[in-house]
Write a protein that binds this ligand. Sequence first.
Ligand code: ADP
Length: 477
Amino acid sequence: MKPPKISTKLTLFYTVVFTLFLAGVSALFYNLLEYQLDKALRDDLEERAAALRGYLNFDEGEPQLEYDVSDPEEANFITTATRYYQVYDATTAAMIRRSPAMEALGFQYTSEEVKELVGLVGRSDISSIQTEQVSLLIHSDLVRAPDGRSYLIQIGASIRPRDTALTQLFHISLWLVPAGALLGILLGWWMAKRVLRPVKALGEVAQEIGISQLHRRLPVRGSGDELDQLALTFNEVLARLETAVGQMQEFTANISHELRTPLTALRGEAAVALANARSESDYRRVLESQLEEFEKLSRMVNQMLTLARAEAGQIPIAHETVDLSALARSLAEQMEAVAWSKGITLTAELDGKVMVVGDSGWLEHVILNLLDNAIKFTQESGRVKVSVSSREGDAILEIHDSGIGISPDVLPHVFERFYRGDPSRSKELEGAGLGLSLVEWIVKQHHGRVNVESQTGHGSIFRVALPLAHPGSPEPV
Ligand code: ADP
């Protein structure tokens, strides 16, 4: 099943909230009004009963209402207050008097009911009478005559106005709640459209951005809201992608360029050999020369592949404790023969255990690359020295050589990919210019730093600083 759209969810949410809110408010108002109307009716009845008591007199022992008939206000009050009015003898439960309206109802208490009501006076003065025509709220009062007899005096008030008001409110609510639900639907739909419009616009622009349009950016409205934040974050991702893709394109272009030159040379050599070579020794010479080129090419391709895979994060880096001193010693011993064959003295100056955390394979790569360069760029009878020491929480690896050095204009570029120094140097020194960029990448992966000091004609020092496995002590715990 297709998941519901955000706009549907928002609309539904608004509708439910509006409906529940209005239903709740209506119920609350209904209860409040009911309570208030009841209270007003009871208070009114009690007030009237208290006022009537003032007009009560006992003529021949029986309670009578006596008032000034000529006073319209008084007469009006008595008429209204006694519309529903009845008097019972509290002892005999006999009906003594009742108003015409009460009589018209045809209602009369039984003597048990009168006795019960008499018993309740003082605790619960309000009761009710329900007939087919009318519902009354009744106030009961017990009055003692001078001759000692007691009378139950009741006045009533119709609860119809209260019921009418409540019914009206109920009818209003019946309209209000569905109207609220409808408003919720409209408002939810409108809000959803309004909120999602910029999201839709972002989506449309994002969809148009292909790999060739990575320079494009999503529009930022400048409101600083969450959608702007989203657009800004997406734009940052785009910028990173643009840089990465740019680097890849540059890398590819560099590779093509690097491969084209030796391949053209190989092809030319083969063509010349085919056209001119006469003897087996001629062919052998050409093949030997080509073998050298092939070796260089395969070295270059291997380096490029390693660098590309490393940068793509495809090669995991181990986190083991490595003794940099021991590693440098074994590699120096390994390279000694190469140095010796070039008439170079290779020495090592290594502190006791210098422990770092990292990948011994990759660290080996760093030392070998630097040693290889040092030997490559040092003339006969020169010196190369490897040293490992620890200083201020860092393991320091240094490769000194007394070689040709690096000129100041070349120095800042040596760690760049495919960068090679002075091409006028002998052809055999030529590499792919990838070794140092791989060294820098590996060192960075180990949270370290690499730098170089050099003077033309006096040699170079490549210095690698890696965090010690246990700062302050070269001994691993
Ligand atoms: P390559 O494979 O060409 O040696 P690198 O990245 O290892 O590539 O080195 C880049 C450039 O830095 C070299 O071409 C060279 O000019 C210079 N370089 C590196 N190490 C040394 C060194 N020890 N002495 C002099 N020049 C060096």
